[in-house]
Write a new protein. Sequence first.
Length: 364
Amino acid sequence: MREWEVGVSRHGGWAGSGAPLVDKSGLTYVGAMQTTLAQSSPEPKPAQGPRPASVTGMGRDSGGEKVTLMDPAESRSLIEALLRSEVYQEYERAFSEATGLVVSLRPVESWRLSHHGKRYESPFCSLMSERSRSCAACLQVQERLVEMAVEGARTINCFAGLSDTAVPIRLGNQIVGFLQTGQVFRKRPTRQQFARVCRTLEEWGLDYDRARLEEAFFKTRVVSPRQHESAVKLLTIFAQHLALISNQVLLQQKNAEPPVITRAKAYIQEHMAEDLSLSRVAKAVNTSTFYFCKMFKKFTGINFTDYLSRVRIEKAKNLLLNPNLRVSEIAFEVGFQSLTHFNRVFKKILGQSPTQYRAQLLGR
């Protein structure tokens, strides 16, 4: 796992041209963290370095194998399903209670602060999120982090020295999302470090209450490198588990019944006694007859006429339990226009006539 630091420019943006990202292993990455902050500043603007790249659609893992990112809309849908799952909710609770660290699950593309509002959120990070300029800086770090995490688990340090880590969730060669933790110091912060943070915020034109800022800064959790490494290992293991669950969710979503079919089934159930036609039901669910016919067969496995007949026969089976109802009454009540047609369809589906079926049920 690589660790990164991000430089800060004098004028409020992340270090752009001339300010590198430094890999602790000795590699240097030219800065791609130039931030365009939301508010204007009386100081001159920093030189325009390259803008931070959004998470690109392709990268390589540590073994040099090509990996791609899931379509952002599909990723959001999948992550929303995972967030609702009992497995993820139990893991998030257990992880945070055991480590004292915040953990979040995010899609491949997101402009929301992953940890904001969570129980174990750093008080300092919570304070930074209150102002648009510092919030924008935090978002830039988050985007850079997930861009690097395409290659595997990565850790990045923000301007204040807090570490954040992202672990990719991979399905084959496709990344579907990221697990993220952090907002911690990995060595105890100093007064000199806090003074530098204050100067940076002043250069950004941000006027924080110094006492409140100091309290939040020094209240931020400090973990040892070993504790941090263990937490990342836990996230990596869970990311593999989430990948398996993701595959199951995707299969369910792929086979899920479209809303138009669900509405059609409900409409048929409610109006089965009436003269129903394919075109009438298609109109009721606001779709063309051709499209509805095709989709209905695809998701039910049978055509519209056969499905309607089966719904009517199921209702007739229940009504036949009532010995006071004549078979002809039942036939018309469930939507058949003639007793002969009813008898023929009933025998085709169940292998016996309505009268035989009733006699068998009532022991006659």
